[in-house]
Design a binder for this molecule. Structure first.
Ligand SMILES: *Cc1c(COP(=O)(O)O)cnc(C)c1O
Length: 456
């Protein structure tokens, strides 16, 4: 069968039977789909044999590149032993070994690992743990959460309840539990109308006001430390996270750090919490955990919280929560292999120079006539396009400007994805200097061609 025929068949099956995530399927049905068949290092190959730079790490997960031998081998070896047995009433070597490795690298004071399979479940578990912790302590009123505007914590109902992106979340509001909302630490579009540096972090003051009034019924603050990802790669000002931690102690509420996106080196440190030296009470991990190979997540907490759940069976202090594939062997083996690569290849140390190069290469973007803001923390980058730089007025939604830029980039051999009119760049940590330069060059060209700015 000819290649074109094969492509037509796959496209037909997809359009007949598939429903894609976060996708307006009417648009999808009208477009030519990009069909991926292979991955190597920083590249993806489509069915025509054309290669593309994977500029968003296959949705923020690929850490050491595609087809990384050590991870491939670890999974193959594990398959030869066993692919899955349950953690309900049984245990196995990869789950236990990985737990120790995670505790050794995550912020000091965290001690217990609860596995699941996605960022959303890691967050649900964190919320339920925090709630039950206070119930068990007899502080029955502490059953609400404080979350942030522009927050994204996943798509299950609990995670959406603490989400703050209205276009995703509004429709589901009748299904959600209520949470208190603090302002987003988003300086380019400060919702309090303040100016960074003269503001003294007014957003923290507002959070404190909420805590002062309501701490008696708040179980925990949930936050994406340092970078609010899906909200548009919003980098919080230095000291903000430390401030949130201070408030959590002052008002006796737990802090849940959702590092699903920021974890495993994304921001230039193993975990974003390290930027401000804080230890959360509960840490949620997923995305990059297996190097981008298999679904695996962890909710990690302190011994103190864990101990509160101990008791006689009949007292029902048990944490009644679990997912069928919790701690799956193949996924744990991939995660172990990924963490070993961090050690062996000094991934975090080696990426520092690339972070600096990226920063330098992004500087000229701020001169483009339609780039309003360029935000970067490590290998998380958001380039916000605006119609008018002075007023920060956006392009009309129906123009899908950033989406057009990403389509243009695709023609030039780069896969990136926008969040609204923010272009997101999130390369594998292993990307080479040359690939990084080519990624930046294509992005710049595509922005200029679509928004009509001068070229670079
Ligand atoms: C992606 C993400 C989630 C949800 O993870 P899934 O694996 O898609 O369920 C939660 N929190 C943050 C910060 C994320 O970026």
């Amino acid at each position: 069968m000819g290649m074109r025929n094969q492509i037509r068949i796959i496209e037909g099956l997809d359009k007949k039977h598939l429903w894609h995530p976060f996708t307006q399927m009417r648009d999808w049905e009208a477009e030519d789909p990009l069909i991926i068949t292979e991955g190597r290092g920083s590249f993806l190959k489509d069915m025509y044999g054309k290669w593309y730079i994977d500029g968003v790490s296959s949705l923020w997960v690929t850490v050491h590149g595609h087809g990384k031998k050590e991870i491939d081998d670890a999974i193959k070896q594990q398959i030869d032993n066993i692919s899955h047995s349950t953690l309900l009433g049984l245990t196995h070597p990869p789950a236990a070994a990985l737990a120790e490795m995670l505790i050794n690298i995550c912020p000091k004071g965290l001690a217990r690992v609860f596995y699941s399979d996605s960022g959303s479940t890691a967050v649900e578990i964190g919320l339920k743990m925090a709630y039950q912790y206070w119930q068990l302590k007899g502080m029955k009123n502490k059953k609400r959460f404080l979350s942030l505007n522009n927050a994204y914590h996943g798509d299950t109902i609990g995670a959406v309840s603490v989400g703050g992106i209205d276009i995703f979340h509004d429709i589901f509001s009748p299904l959600l539990f209520k949470s208190y909302r603090a302002p987003s630490p988003h300086c380019y579009r400060c919702e309090l109308g303040a100016q960074y540096q003269t503001c003294n972090m007014l957003c923290l003051e507002k959070m404190e006001a909420l805590l002062k009034r309501h701490h008696e019924d708040i179980a925990a603050i949930i936050i994406e430390p340092v970078v609010q990802g899906a909200g548009g790669i919003l980098v919080s000002p230095p000291g903000y996270l430390e401030g949130v931690k201070r408030l959590s102690r002052k008002y006796r509420v737990l802090i849940i750090a959702d590092e699903v996106a920021t974890g495993f080196g994304r921001t230039g440190k193993m975990f974003a919490c390290e930027h401000e030296n804080i230890t959360p009470d509960i840490l949620c991990l997923a995305k990059g955990m297996t190097g981008g190979y298999l679904p695996l997540a962890a909710t990690i907490t302190t011994e103190k919280i864990y101990r509160q759940f101990l008791g006689k069976y009949k007292d029902f202090k048990t944490f009644f929560h679990g997912h069928t594939y919790t701690g799956n062997q193949l996924a744990c083996s991939a995660a172990i292999a990924s963490l070993n690569i961090f050690n062996k290849e000094k991934t975090i140390r080696k990426m520092q120079k690339k972070i600096a190069i990226l920063k330098e290469a992004l500087a000229p973007f701020t001169e483009f006539p339609h780039v309003g803001d360029v935000r970067q923390k490590g290998f998380m980058v958001g380039i916000e396009l605006v119609r008018d730089k002075k007023t920060k007025a956006p392009f009309p939604i129906e123009k899908r400007t950033a989406w057009q830029v990403c389509q243009r980039a695709r023609e030039k051999g780069l896969i990136i994805r926008p969040l609204g009119d923010v272009i997101v760049i999130m390369p594998p940590l292993s990307i080479s200097m040359q690939e990084l330069k080519s990624l930046i060059h294509i992005t710049a060209e595509s922005i200029c061609e679509i928004t009509g700015g001068k070229n670079v």
